[in-house]
Design a protein. Sequence first.
Lengths: 201, 985
Amino acid sequence: HNNNQFAYVIGGFIRAAVCQHCCRLAAIHKMADLKTWRLDFETLIPDRKLQIDPPGYDFSVAKDPVGMLSSSKPRDRNTMARKQQALFAKATAPLKQVGMMCFMAWMFGNSIQIFSIFMTFNLISAPISAIMSSGEVFKRDEEWKQLDVLTPRLLYCLVHGGQLIFGLYKLSAMRLLPSASSDFISTMPVPPLLEHAYPAL
Amino acid sequence: MKLILFMLAALAAVEGATAMFEDQAGTYDWYRQHIGLVSSASFHPSKPRVCVATAQSVVGCLNLRDGSLVWRKALGSSTSSPAALLLPKSSSYVTVAEGYLRAFDLEGNLLWQRKVPGSTAVPSLAGLAASDDAQERILLLQDGELQLLDPSDGTVLGTEKVLSALAKPTKIAVGSGSRGFVIALNSGSSEAILVELQDPKLGRLGRKVEIESPLSLSDAVSASANTVAALSHDGKALCVTSVRGAESAVRFTCTQLSELVPELPASESFRVDGTSGGYVLFGNPGAALLAADEEGGLKLVKYFPAAISVSSEIRADNDAFFGVLEDSAAGGGIKLSVVRSSNGDVVQVESFPSPTPSERLVGPAPVFAPSGLVLGTFIRKKDKSMGFRALVSFRNGLTVLLQQGVIVWSRDESLASITDTLFVDLPAKQANGTALEAAGGLKIDFNTRLRYQILGAKVQLKLNSQAEAEEFLLLRGALSDKNTPFRDVNGFRKLLVALTSTGRLAALHNGDGRLLWSRSFSQDAMPTKLLPWRGYHDIQHSPEILLLRETQPGAYAAVLNAHTGEQLWHLPLTFGIAKVVPLHTPMHEGSAVQSVYLLVEQAEAATVEAEPVLRLLPDSLPSRKHVATSERSLHFFMQGHDSRTLAGYRLAAIEHSSGAVPAILSWQVHFADSVLAVAYRNPTEPIQSSVKVLSDRSIKYKYLNPNLLFVATGIANGVPSDSVAAGVDSLSNEVTVHLLDTVTGRILHRQSHLGARGPVTAVLTENAVLYYFRDIDTGRFVATSMELYDASPGRQFNVLDYLFNPNSTQPVSSLKPTPVEVQTQSFFSRLVPTAATVTRTEQGITAKQLLIVTNTDQVYALDRRWVDPRRPKKQKLTQDEMEEGLVPYQDTLPISPLSFATLDRQVLGIRGVNVEPTRLESTCLMFVHGVDLFYTRLAPAKGFDSLEDDFNYALLLAALVGLAGGAVILQYMAKQTSLNQKWKC
């Protein structure tokens, strides 16, 4: 029995050794395939298009993992809801930032200084540019046609509009906004006079 | 403490406008010192000084070597020349003016002064020369009282009532013989009084003798050793009396001049000068030396037919001489003869060339008519012999020293008597620029420019030596374009045309005050007014100026080309001009802008009460049409039949009548007290806005009626009121100010200041009035500021209406007056003002400064916010008030030494301040003229729209090149470092 056991262990050793050898042989065999997957300095020139995929990379699998799993493409209602949620999250994301900006502007006070002027300029210019570029942020997805983009976009604009209104209020508090009639009158010409009396003293 | 800090900060912010750095002195300003038109002069016998008294009431001494000023003092504000006397032994210059007798030493230090009692008329002054047994003495005659004073300290040694019965000014003459005596006589009377000096050693006055004359005597009186001579009142006879042993009353014996000197032509103004042995009679032209014997008999010794001036006698080498100036026939020069007065021998004859001015002369050659000649002596270094020198002053303001056949120096003093000035545009460079000569001087090449820039950088970094700083200043003057005779984009370079009382019209370059051209007028064609006539919008034409001679006979209007001084036309006027009224809407004729004037005809003496008659200048159909269309109804106002009355007139329709236009009296205001000051707004003053917006954004409409007249009335200046003299009730003196509408004569506002007196100085600008008066209790000057606002109720302003309705600003009429709201506030002033004006800029946007002429002959630029009537009476200001730039109220106006527009200069005897806007809104030009001239550039709110003229472009360029080079080097270094770092790992 002991001998058997010993033989079994020895046999296992041998098998392992043989197996290792076989593997090494297989690897050597495979090396011949990898000859084409080679990089040198010339291939690193960016203009040269040389597509080399890593070993084991299957383009078709990488492109559509769902398709690999299930050949048909059913629209998953769950995914859509998550996408919608993500859009709303994106729309309300600047809220915190806007609040922070307004708080900082309030902290700066209404005096006209270089910092408060920068701040107020930023307060006004940032929402305008954000609203102008909101179309880029909330792009209509061609594959998810029924996804609602407009409402989150409006919400996004609303949040930025809030900042804009605060900026204008700030400008008015700094008296840089021509809102009173006296702001238009200062260039009012002197009314002409009908009679002239000249001094002959 | 906080307040003081705040005030200091505000001062630094506000008052820095006129301040500048030491090295900027002379960049924008220039200053000329003058002494005035010399009326009397005397050489000091041993020291190189010639002391003069001038018609501008200035006395001073000149350096005999080069004619430079050693010292000078203004003795008063009057324009009469003071009596002056140089006492050689005590080396003092004794002057009398405005009630004070003063003695100065030869360096200008005041030795003593003494109040002269009596009236303000200039007293007669004479000196008794020192002799072996007598001291120098001063004789002073005032109001019939003769005083003998000690020149060392001014103590009165003796007093004598000479002619107390005669109120008219009296004259004195001092005999030059061993017996001193004084003759006092009254012009036009036939009596004279002779006073002997009983004891010349003590200078005591003695017996007085009355002398009668068969003819009434004039004030041309003189004395020789033992006789006294006076011209008769009609100027045709010379009356002489002997005073030798005058124990009893003696009489003048009169001889007709035609008998005495048959060759002498009749003259309006003969002059008699006593010599030791007789008299010199001078009749311009022609002079006669007369010998007088001891009994008073006269004999002609010598006649000088061509004499144009005669000096008084001087004593030298135990002999006596006088000088005779003659026109030399050849070459138009002058000839000086020195004559021994005992026998008429000509001791020395020298010819001198005519003085030639450096500027371009236009028109007829100037006439060098001498007004005074003073002879002096000097010792020649070569052979120790005696020579003669002479100081000649000419009527055109030139004073020259003649010696040994050359003009040693000359001083042109005519610009000390400027009466009118005008700023005119210079020619454009490409147009008729050849009319004015180019600036000479240093040759400017690239090396000079480079050197200038290097020096500039050195000075800026304070690496310079003293010599380099001086060279920098010299180069800056030479390289600066402020002196080129062409107009510039900013309108800084101008031609300054000045009219003087010597009949000279001079054009100065405002960059450095050099004369570009000048034109002289003869005595009987002297213009009295200088006005703008025609300007052009194109650059081909020169601007034209109008000269007026207002008085008859010889009244005329003449128009000159301002760039060349050529006379374009000359129009004799058939009437005298009382007033000139410039109409402020100019007439446009193509590219020309024509000024239009109304001339108020001088009324005949009999018809003073009649209404004035006016003429239009230019009197043409287009000008009449222009006046008729631009002025719906034309009014003017002038002083009424007495000084307390103002009268307003309305002009009859001007369009169809030709020649004289009658005026119709429309109102008359009679003030209870005499008028102390009037002020009105310059009608051409630009006003940017008709409203004032307060910090709470409420609107206040300014009251901008151009027909507003400020009148201050009160007790006339110089009249002591009884209550003031008694010191009882100072409150009964009051100054009342009135604001009048000059179309209707309506008084819009009136306020009184109790315990106040004149003199009142006032200035009216935009809707603000600032006036100064004297407070009797504190003895200080008070500045009261008024701001006027339209107080019509329910006045609304609609933005849309204003923006889109072109007819939203309705014209206003004086006949439909609006109520006035007056805000007023008073401050004590440390400055004593004599006149005031205001800065003026192109558009009127820049904050204005008030220019206050002080009694110290300076001009102070007072910021308007210091005299804002809304200055709050509390120390802690609110945010709104600070935003409006209000300063907490203080009872005394601050005085900042940096705010003097005249910098550290004293412009002696300021008579006028002329402010001209430039094309840069921030800047205006100021020319101050009196005896001295001062010009500078003012920026009332600092130069917010331009770089400084001396901005160092080289330093900027060097900095830019340095930065660029540094950037390139750093980029290279950074690349190298990063490469090294990459190789390392």
